[in-house]
Design a protein around this ligand. Structure first.
Ligand SMILES: Cc1ncc(COP(=O)(O)O)c(C=O)c1O
Length: 401
């Protein structure tokens, strides 16, 4: 039997590079992996504020099927938490528990779009969005995000891409893979543009509390949106250091009930998979009520040290242009290909892997504006980062034209 056209139509660069890394490892080399955004793989520990309630939830027999929308106590805890953090005025009936943010992304595409509808994605984006847009046969357009503009979205370009079939405009701040945090002004301009259409903003805020610089703060799109509908995602994978929990949530801001029907669609779809994991919802609800000061400031400090080192080293390398990420744990340098022997970002990434045994992800895997860039995760130890940078510096020197 043949693979379906749907399943063969997309690729997922972050995991696709692993097959080549496995070949390099099979030859006996140890690979420094800077490819995957999983803090646990790099020695970070899930805080007790999550793991303690998880044991309790299992013993208390939270082992039943939950309501498809999610345990009420989970949805209520999410609403309180989001309102405390971001003052978004969400209520428990507008929260859906999902198996990670990933499931929320997929269900949004399923419920809000028909084949041929238009969606707007950032020109450099988390590839789950474009993967889903491809399998749901959408008319995907990419708006400009360039390093010269701190990788912020270009509102004029967004305006030029909007049409009457545009259903969803995705924003992701703090951003994976660029680490940029969008200013309020940019978000407001996007909101105004989307408000002129029968469309909705999708705001992925997975990294909201991992802002590294003092004085800078993530602003929730829903807080600014007034009457423009917003679907927001968040979860436990990054800020709570628990990616394997596969627990996330989707909530809507919709004061004028413009997206009432697709929201009902999301809930209907959620019944097909019965429910998100019940004991984790119970534990998650408990964790959301507790004080994150027990681990978050220390985590942010550790990320900041790593960010400072990798940024400093990259900024010194001739032929590399780099933006200092303000949040999350990714950096997205651009290579001036005219100065080197490589044809493109993919060739560079595989050369770095095969000759220097450092695994990164090619920028074009994150969208058309990512061409000639590459993404590195700066979760490893300072020593490993320094080693990866030494090897990069050497590789660049050996490949100058
Ligand atoms: C921006 C963004 N959204 C969503 C996800 C997926 O998150 P989850 O583990 O909650 O499915 C990731 C994971 O890397 C991400 O970077």
């Amino acid at each position: 039997m043949k693979i379906s056209e749907r399943a063969s139509s997309f690729s997922y660069a972050i995991r696709d590079v692993l097959a080549v890394a496995a070949e390099v490892e099979a030859q006996g080399h140890t690979v420094i992996k800077l490819n995957i955004g999983d803090p646990i793989k790099y020695g970070f520990k899930t805080p007790e504020l999550l793991t303690d309630p998880l044991i309790f939830a299992g013993k208390e027999n939270y082992n039943f099927y939950a309501d498809s929308q999610g345990l009420f106590e989970f949805r209520e805890a999410v609403a309180d938490y989001e309102n405390r953090k971001h003052n978004v005025g969400v209520t428990a009936d507008r929260v859906l528990a999902t198996a990670g943010v990933s499931e929320g992304i997929q269900m949004t595409f399923m419920s809000f779009t028909n084949p041929g509808d238009r969606v707007l994605l950032s020109g450099i984006h988390y590839p789950s969005y474009s993967g889903n847009a491809t399998i749901f046969d959408l008319d995907t357009k990419y708006y400009k995000t360039e390093i010269e503009d701190n990788f912020y979205p270009d509102p004029d370009h967004i305006r030029s891409l909007m049409n009457d079939r545009t259903k969803l405009v995705f924003v992701n701040s703090p951003n994976n893979p660029t680490g940029s945090v969008y200013p309020e002004k940019v978000l407001k301009e996007i909101i105004d543009i989307v408000g002129e259409y029968d469309a909705c903003i999708v705001s992925d805020e997975t990294y909201d509390l991992l802002v590294l610089d003092e004085g800078l703060k993530h602003i929730a799109t829903a807080k600014l949106a007034k009457d423009v509908p917003v679907v927001t995602y968040n979860g436990f994978s990054k800020v709570f250091l628990a990616p394997g929990w596969r627990l996330g949530y989707t909530y809507i801001h919709d004061p004028e009930n413009k997206i009432k029907d697709p929201w009902e669609g999301l809930n209907k779809l959620s019944r097909l998979r019965l429910c998100a994991c019940t004991p984790l919802q119970k534990a998650g609800a408990e964790a959301l009520k507790r004080d994150q000061k027990s681990y978050l400031p220390e985590t942010v400090q550790m990320l900041k040290e790593r960010r400072d080192l990798i940024y400093k080293r990259l900024a010194e390398m001739e032929g590399i242009t780099v933006y200092k990420p303000e949040a999350a744990f990714y950096i997205f340098p651009m290579i001036n290909m005219d100065l080197f022997k490589w044809k493109n970002d993919k060739e560079f990434v595989f050369d770095y892997l095969k000759t220097k045994h450092v695994l990164t992800v090619f920028g074009s895997g994150f969208g058309p504006f990512g061409e000639n860039g590459f993404r590195m995760v700066y979760l490893p130890t300072l020593e490993e980062i320094a080693e990866a940078m030494d090897r990069l510096s050497d590789l660049l020197d050996k490949n100058r034209i």
